[in-house]
Design a protein around this ligand. Structure first.
Ligand SMILES: Nc1ncnc2c1ncn2[C@@H]1O[C@H](COP(=O)(O)OP(=O)(O)OP(=O)(O)O)[C@@H](O)[C@H]1O
Ligand SMILES: [Mg+2]
Length: 301
């Protein structure tokens, strides 16, 4: 049974799902669960923001509902839509059958049968396993009007469907919002939430993550991989590698039966950690060797 009664309990519960988190993150998760406050996670790409919602849902046995944000996302596609095609068919059928009474037909057309529930509405529905986890992912991709709308939905956990009435969550969902900070999210929304900046992990923690996510990798290779990526993050790059890249890279090296890093193997597999040609070009020539040497020198004995 998942133990959410203490910070240690939360940390252990997430670890069981293969999610390695430090004390600070475990603390905000614990507080968010205890106080019923949304959790706002910001950080670079691939540092484990989305994953925490998945780990939490798995640990608590709750349903995970994901609202993936994108430019142009509006309230309609986030809450509900009417199934126009099915409504049209119903109208035609009624017409062909001699026409149902107008009033009855209208109320039938705007009933659950023709309602397509989108994530926000789904999250307001009761669930036998307890309130679902609502992941509002990459909020920075939407615009200010959507944020304002979200602010309202998150403050009373209810949505109004003009044709049907108001749906109120019997138990508020556990809300996790993430942002890559391509723009600042409005203060009013942040104020409702508990905030945590998810940073790149340090050496020891990244070793633990790798052990959890790529257990087949030998200790020695993992140490080199993590040290190299850690060093790489201090270089002047357009896009620094996240934890996801570390895991990917280790898996690539394993698939190639690499036992220890060399400038050649690094050059051959750079596409797993760097995704921009300019960054890759920077590691040409003697650069990879220099970073590898520095990474090796930094390894604890
Ligand atoms: N602390 C961690 N413990 C275990 N695995 C982790 C951790 N952090 C990251 N990962 C791994 O890294 C991968 C990427 O994480 P995730 O998708 O959550 O990143 P993100 O921060 O949401 O990135 P983006 O901003 O690109 O969406 C996950 O699939 C997971 O395997
Ligand atoms: Mg993500």
């Amino acid at each position: 049974m998942a133990d959410t009664s203490s910070i240690d309990g939360v940390q252990a519960m997430l670890a069981e799902q293969g999610y390695v988190c430090g004390r600070a993150l475990a603390t905000v998760v614990f507080l968010s669960l205890t106080l019923g406050r949304p959790l706002f996670l910001e950080g670079e790409a691939g540092v484990g923001k989305t994953e925490i919602a998945k780990a939490l849902a798995a640990a608590l046995g709750r349903r995970l509902i994901r609202l993936q944000c994108y430019e142009g996302l509006d309230a309609t596609s986030a809450v509900y839509e009417w199934n126009f095609a099915a409504q049209m068919v119903a109208i035609r059928t009624a017409e062909a059958a001699g026409g149902a009474e107008r009033g009855t037909l209208t109320s039938e057309l705007f009933s659950d049968d023709y309602l397509i529930e989108r994530p926000l509405l789904q999250a307001m529905r009761p669930d036998e396993n307890g309130a679902p986890i609502l992941l509002i992912d990459e909020l920075d991709r939407t615009d200010a009007p959507f944020e304002a709308f979200l602010l309202e939905a998150l403050s009373d956990f209810q949505v109004t469907i003009p044709e049907m009435g108001t749906v109120k969550a019997p138990e508020p969902p556990i809300v996790i919002l993430t942002s890559n900070r391509t723009r600042e999210v409005h203060d009013a929304l942040k104020r409702r939430c508990l905030y945590h900046w998810v940073d790149y992990p340090g050496f020891e923690r990244e070793m633990e993550i790798l052990a959890a996510r790529a257990p087949e990798a030998a200790e020695n290779l993992s140490r080199e991989v993590v040290a190299f990526v850690q060093k790489l993050r201090t270089e002047d790059l357009f896009k620094k590698p996240g934890v996801a890249e570390t895991i990917d890279w280790a898996k690539c090296l394993l698939a190639l039966d690499v036992i220890t890093l060399s400038p050649e193997t690094i050059a051959d597999t750079l596409g797993a950690i760097l995704k921009y040609q300019d960054d890759i070009a920077k590691l040409q020539g003697s650069e990879a060797k220099r970073i590898l040497d520095e990474a090796r020198a930094s390894l604890p004995a």
